[in-house]
Design a protein around this ligand. Structure first.
Ligand SMILES: [Zn+2]
Length: 747
């Protein structure tokens, strides 16, 4: 009692002095941390998270489990042994709650001087959970000190939660490889995805059941190695950190960054807007939006659509090209101009600038003898020069991440390769016929030098104005244990730092002497968005697709590619290209066979979208994608066999719309009709929601032919667009009285 009064006194005094007030808590009683939005319940002794309520609806996301609930897990390592402990190993030894003057609360939980494996007092764990006053999502931190003279740390998970997520209950939204993101309804399954990587290109995801959402994000601006883990069967979720010096006796984990985890109201879109606020403060967006970057190549912006192909583009009509089988790629040595004709003709008929990703230009077989790409096939320089002079963006392919361990001088590369904990190489099996491609350690200057030498030749000897560096953005931090590399073993940040350094050196070459060569890479990884100009989306069309990356990063980087098999239906093609267009991707990335007469209808759709793209750059390149527009009417749906996310039958709307905002504050609706019939699309929008407040709005249809005034509207805009078969439409809304224009900060 006495103590309680004393603490209350401290609390009162501290508040009156504007200081934080701290009270000790008794872990043997458990603890409940709550504000107006959320309630987190921690079990007695082990302090596992046993309930997590959204106080807006009373929804509890964490179910009871057999046994005790989790909060953290630590795996130690040495050799091949991986003994582990968690928060229930010993009772929590100290707890306190601090109330800050800003209304936030910080719960501190400590497990001090733990005896482990016959050693006294070797390990102490400290977890802090910070709950702000005006939000239900808490910030979770962990630090581990380890004094063992034998064990090193291997993995540290916090929050580690059990009893969540229940299978079949949640729609999950995740960032995906070469795609805007996936929304999987009533998700059941398990995944463990590495970050930083192109497999999980942003550090967040959401779980949503009706309006009840759970946000899960690591706020790590230094891009340290970690895994996002969730399993709906065992009902477990955790953020697993790979520390520096894994398995090295006495290695520690300092408290580097918080993980945001907790309930909120909304769906994947609200989660993406939440993440955007954080993402736009990181080093990879620090150069500002594209419009403000003098270093951003104009050539990358002025793209109507992309093509990707190999060396020969005019193969006979009876020959089926198989770009997927490099053994079949032809290597003709003919007149360079004649060989370029399919490209030059396409530029004429399409009437928009074309960007080209060029495979098979090098003398070595695809995926073999890397990085010995040079010299190029005969006539390459002449062909590149003619195409660049004609206004095209030419980005020859190289692989920037892997070397072939079967190549003749592998002995030079081997010391710089990533090695696993047993001394083996991280071999990847790509296809039968590929060399033994082996990821190199990005910490190694030798590798930077090897790749940038190739880049230098492609730009300065062969004259390309772009370069495609395969795999770097797509791959993940692979744990390197090579003791001679002068980086901490296993986890930490050297992988991200290494590739960022390599790209910086690439840019030094690419931007010399007034050149602005375009750098592109495979898939997307947010940590390179200030260094890579444009990011290739290789994902196939699917009803799972959501524009998650674009909602977060629109205006700050470029995404390109809407690749699909054009030998399949027009509808699938239109869906792929049309959705990519309204989502702000630069479309295309098919090969020149698309321009054969039998695909004329598809080319028309592509051309139409490409021409619209050129007319709407203020939105799709420089603006912000706010959200998909949910129609007020029933829009017909179609059913297709989709490949994206694994072969499955799915259903998607025949027409979809997105809301974009330009930097001048104006907003526009981009609508695409995928089917060969008219579709009515009704919608209601309130421009005030996007900071564009006015009493009246001018409504204008934007098209490649010019702009047409349509009508005017009051505060709330409610309209039905009649979409012509296989067509897209862009409608812009601008305030009529400029004096009434009030634009909030939109970036
Ligand atoms: Zn290494």
């Amino acid at each position: 009692m006495k103590n309680k009064h004393y603490f209350l006194l401290v609390l009162v005094l501290s508040f009156s002095l504007g200081l934080s007030a701290q009270v000790k808590i008794n872990p043997s009683l458990g603890f409940t941390l709550e504000n107006k939005f959320a309630r987190y319940v921690f079990e007695p002794l082990g302090m596992g998270l046993s309930a997590m309520f959204d106080l807006k609806t009373g929804y509890n996301h964490v179910d009871p489990v057999d046994g005790k609930h989790l909060l953290w897990k630590i795996v130690f390592g040495k050799g091949i042994m991986r003994p582990a402990i968690d928060n229930n190993y010993k009772p929590c030894s100290y707890g306190s709650l601090t109330k800050r003057p800003d209304g936030g609360q910080v719960l501190v939980l400590e497990w001090n001087d733990l005896r482990f494996w016959e050693e006294d007092s070797i390990c102490s764990v400290k977890v802090t959970v910070e709950l702000p006053e005006n939000d239900g999502v808490a910030q979770w931190r962990i630090s581990v000190s380890n004094h063992s003279d034998y064990w090193g740390l291997w993995e540290i998970a916090c929050p580690a939660v059990n009893g969540f997520p229940a299978g079949g209950k949640y729609d999950i939204a995740t960032p995906e490889t070469g795609s805007g993101g996936y929304l999987i309804k009533n998700w059941k399954g398990s995944f463990k995805q590495r970050s930083p990587s192109g497999f999980f290109p942003m550090q967040f995801m959401s779980f949503n059941t009706k309006s009840n959402g759970v946000y899960f994000s690591s706020n790590d601006g230094e891009s340290r190695a970690k895994d996002f883990f969730a399993d709906s069967k065992t009902r477990e979720l955790s953020l697993i950190r790979y520390p520096e010096n894994m398995g090295v006796a006495g290695s520690d984990l300092p408290n580097y960054y918080p993980v945001s985890f907790g309930p909120y109201q909304g769906g994947w879109l609200e989660a993406a807007h939440r993440y955007r606020k954080w993402a736009l403060k990181q080093v990879w967006t620090a150069r500002g939006p594209i419009s403000q970057r003098p270093d951003f190549p104009e050539k990358a912006v002025n793209v109507g659509f992309w093509v990707r192909d190999t060396w020969v583009w005019d193969i006979p009509p009876d020959e089926i090209k198989n770009t997927g089988d490099p053994h079949t790629w032809r290597r003709d040595e003919r007149d360079p101009h004649e060989m370029n004709l399919p490209f030059l003709n396409a530029m004429k008929t399409m009437g928009v600038p074309i960007a080209f990703q060029w495979y098979g230009w090098h003398h070595v077989m695809f995926d073999n003898d890397y990085p010995h790409f040079l010299p190029a096939l005969k006539g390459f320089r002449e062909r590149v020069t003619e195409l660049v002079d004609s206004g095209a963006l030419i980005a020859p392919y190289i692989n920037g991440l892997s070397a072939d361990s079967k190549t003749y001088d592998w002995y030079k590369f081997d010391p710089h390769a990533i090695k696993d904990e047993a001394g083996g190489l991280h071999q990847h099996f790509y296809w039968d016929g590929a060399g033994r491609l082996t990821p190199m350690c990005p910490n190694q200057n030798f590798w930077h030098f090897s790749i940038n030498n190739v880049v230098d030749s492609i730009i300065n000897v062969y004259g390309a104005n772009g370069i495609y560096m395969d795999e770097i953005s797509c791959n993940s931090h692979e744990l390197c244990f090579n003791p001679n590399h002068r980086h901490p073993l296993g986890g930490g940040r050297y992988w991200a730092d290494g590739y960022r350094n390599m790209f910086r050196k690439t840019l030094n070459i690419a931007h010399q002497n007034g050149k602005k060569v375009v750098i592109t890479s495979e898939s997307a990884n947010e940590i390179f968005f200030d260094l890579v100009t444009a990011n290739l989306f290789t994902g196939r069309p699917t009803d799972y697709e959501i524009p998650m990356l674009q909602v977060v990063y629109s205006g700050y980087t470029l995404f390109y590619g809407t690749v699909c098999d054009f030998r399949k239906s027009d509808l699938l093609f239109n869906f792929c290209v049309g959705q990519g267009f309204i989502d702000g991707r630069q479309i295309g990335w098919m090969d020149f066979d698309l321009f054969r007469p039998q695909f004329k209808t598809k080319v028309e759709y592509l051309k139409n979208c490409a021409r619209y793209r050129m007319a709407t750059q203020k939105y799709l390149t420089f603006g912000r994608l706010w959200e998909p527009i949910v129609p007020d009417n029933d829009v017909p749906v179609f059913t297709e066999e989709f490949q994206g996310g694994g072969a499955h039958t799915g259903t998607a709307p025949s027409a979809e719309a997105r809301l974009w905002q330009a930097e001048d504050g104006k907003i526009a609706i981009f609508i695409a009709n995928y089917i060969n019939e008219k579709v009515n699309f009704s919608y209601t929008i309130d421009p005030g929601k996007y900071g564009l407040e006015a009493s009246n709005y001018q409504i204008t249809e934007i098209s490649p032919e010019g702009n047409n005034s349509v009508s005017q509207s009051g505060k709330t805009i409610s309209r039905t667009e009649i979409l012509e078969p296989n067509k897209v439409k862009v409608i812009e809304f601008a305030p009529i009285k400029e004096s009434g224009l009030k634009i909030n900060q939109i970036k």
